[in-house]
Design a protein around this ligand. Structure first.
Ligand code: FAD
Length: 319
């Protein structure tokens, strides 16, 4: 089922869960085991993130340079396929502009359509390690809005469309996009960033998922600004429970966001007690989630980042 249809027909808030594909080495069984605890909650769909392979260049004895793969994850399409083969759940692969030409994107869309997947979260992707700013792949898309347009116009093969009884006007994919309640770090101000978000919606995005935030007022103000700017599609809040004291330093740097003083102090008070830090982070996130549901959000998106214990405790409390 398309996420847009789920959002249109749900009568109460539901959890939306995002997982990160494993680095090479993990088996399919280990991956499926790791998400088994989420399945108890009968999620309506699972998001699977997308990552570029990372390479480094090494100088050879003759002075030439050779390219070596140093880090790669199992592809989102493979992980989605594994999840669908085991669990009765829809999947939402992320698709990024970075590292793909327009033709390669089209080929990825063919693979997703082949598997019967008709949901995508369309993103630009981050810059590569060592790159200050995102550099578009030659022959690829520069902004997520262009990717949204490309996906919206995807027709698939005529044989495929005929077999599905699709009209050329029917859109095959339901498209979600990302947004930043505390502004994307490259945008000069929140107004410009929201104007750019509107371009993604005008290009065909059906719904929005936000970056994580730790103060719900930031989300409520952001939604009000989006509505004032003419964005009418659902805006799903994204949450992540802090799990270590270290994250009060790393998350603001990586994601350009604020962690409220009260939460910062509470996490610091855990000191070396890892269990206490884990519990404090989960309690704060539970409080945020309950408040969001009370405010009538359609769904709450969780960045699980390979951790299931804290997310499971939050789901038990809130849904
Ligand atoms: P865009 O919407 O293209 O925006 C990027 C920047 O360009 C913004 O500053 C925007 O204001 C500006 N901009 C946009 N359009 C224009 C325009 N026409 N003219 C001028 N400026 C413009 N990253 C991954 O690599 N893999 C993932 O799976 C992944 N999943 C994510 C899931 C969610 C819910 C979110 C919120 C983010 C995710 N990201 C992921 C991170 C994301 O790729 C980065 O934050 C990236 O830097 C921006 O992506 P975007 O799609 O928001 O880009």
């Amino acid at each position: 089922m398309k996420v847009s249809e789920i959002l249109a027909t749900s009568t109460k808030a539901f959890p939306s869960l995002e997982i990160v594909p494993p680095l090479r080495g993990l088996t399919k069984e280990e991956l499926l085991e790791s998400i088994a605890p989420f399945m108890e909650f009968k999620p309506k769909y699972i998001n699977v993130t997308s990552h570029r392979d990372e390479f480094e260049y090494r100088q050879e004895a003759d002075g030439s340079f050779s390219r070596h793969l140093v880090r790669n994850r199992i592809s989102e399409t493979t992980v989605c396929s594994a999840i669908m083969s085991r669990y009765d759940v829809d999947v939402v692969p992320h698709l990024i502009c970075g590292g793909n030409t327009v033709e390669e994107i089209e080929s990825r869309l063919d693979n997703l359509a082949f598997l019967g997947i008709n949901n995508i979260l369309a993103l630009r992707g981050d810059s590569m390690t060592g790159e200050k700013r995102f550099t578009p792949t030659p022959g690829g898309y520069r902004y997520a809005s262009e990717l949204v347009e490309g996906i919206r116009n995807y027709q698939g093969s005529s044989t495929y469309r005929r077999s599905k009884g699709l009209d050329t006007d029917d859109r095959y994919f339901c498209i979600g996009v990302g947004a930043y309640p505390e502004k994307h770090f490259e945008a000069p101000n929140i107004e410009t960033d929201i104007a750019n978000l509107k371009k993604k919606v005008d290009a065909g995005a059906d719904y929005i998922i936000t970056q994580m935030f730790f103060d719900n007022n930031i989300y409520y103000n952001f939604v009000a600004k989006c509505r004032a700017a003419g964005i009418t599609v659902p805006i799903i809040p994204g949450l992540k429970p802090l799990s270590t004291v270290r994250q009060i330093g790393t998350l603001p740097e990586s994601f350009s966001l604020d962690i409220p003083l009260e939460l910062t102090e509470a996490m610091k008070s855990a000191g070396d007690d890892r269990k206490a830090a884990y519990r404090i982070g989960a309690e704060w996130c539970t409080m945020q989630c309950k408040d969001l549901i009370a405010h009538g959000v359609p769904a709450v998106h969780f960045y699980t980042m390979g951790k299931s214990e804290n997310i499971v405790s939050i789901l038990q409390e809130c849904f």
